[in-house]
Design a protein around this ligand. Structure first.
Ligand code: GLP
Length: 244
């Protein structure tokens, strides 16, 4: 695991975006795994800037998103689908048919999950997976206790995750309790992984997944089993690490 500690969120976003841009330029058909949440917003903003000001070309890029809320249509403002189009896809020259996002309103979610896994295989696997991390150590929506061999599936969200997500919803009854997510097994098959985290509130979990033994109770600790992971933290998120 390579650890990069940067001074602030702006530098974190630029560092992550430049690693992604490098992958996009180098590969014939770059396949990116993408994450949502507040952490990657700056990374996407920088990728948009690189496209608009420096001509970074997304025409051959294929993307697979990690997760989506169950019961949400792609047009719902709180869906991850909406988030991705708003914050990245509408702003770059990606082809609609190259965008894959789990379908929260799929009539048969089990069938959909199988199809999603097959599509990832069909394009030759994910070259670079971008990840954030939840305060309980979840990646995608793989909550503590998830098996490291899980494939794309439907998952019940942990209470802490539901509470953390509440800020995005106006009414309590709108907060989702289930999500469709790539499994940890799916994520670990990506050739490269970048995990980003910023802020004091992520410091405890970052020290745990980086420096403590691998455990199912901290899903992100599975990163220790992968041979090409870059973790980018700002000073605040790195503040509880014993070794920097
Ligand atoms: C959600 C997403 C995760 C994300 C996490 C952290 O639960 N499913 O992929 O990493 O939130 O979110 P934030 O970046 O807002 O802290």
């Amino acid at each position: 695991m390579e650890l990069i500690v940067v001074s602030d969120y702006d530098e974190l976003s630029k560092t992550a975006a430049s690693l992604m841009a490098k992958e996009i330029k180098e590969k014939e058909r770059p396949v990116l795994g993408l994450a949502t949440g507040s952490t990657p917003l700056g990374t996407y903003k920088e990728l948009v800037r690189l496209h608009q000001e420096e001509g970074l070309d997304f025409s051959k890029v294929v993307t697979f998103n990690l997760d989506e809320y169950i019961g949400f249509s792609p047009l719902d403002r709180n869906s991850y689908n909406f988030y991705m189009w708003e914050n990245l896809f509408f702003e770059v020259n990606i082809k609609r048919q190259n965008v894959y996002i789990p379908k929260g309103d799929a009539p048969n979610s089990e069938e959909f999950c199988k199809w999603y896994e097959e599509e990832i295989k069909r394009v030759g696997g994910i070259n670079l997976q971008l990840l954030g991390i939840g305060r309980d150590g979840h990646i995608g929506f793989n909550e503590p206790g998830s098996s490291f061999s899980d494939r794309t599936h439907v998952k019940k969200l942990a209470d802490v995750t539901i509470r953390d997500n509440a800020r995005f919803f106006e009414k309590i009854e709108d907060i989702p309790h289930y999500a469709m997510t790539m499994g940890i097994g799916t994520i670990l098959e990506a050739k490269k992984i970048i995990l980003i985290a910023n802020g004091e509130h992520k410091a405890r979990i970052c020290a745990e997944f980086i420096e403590r033994p691998v455990t199912k109770q901290v899903p992100a600790s599975s990163m220790q089993l992968h041979s090409d992971v870059t973790v980018i933290l700002d000073n605040a998120a790195a503040s509880r690490l014993r070794k920097k």
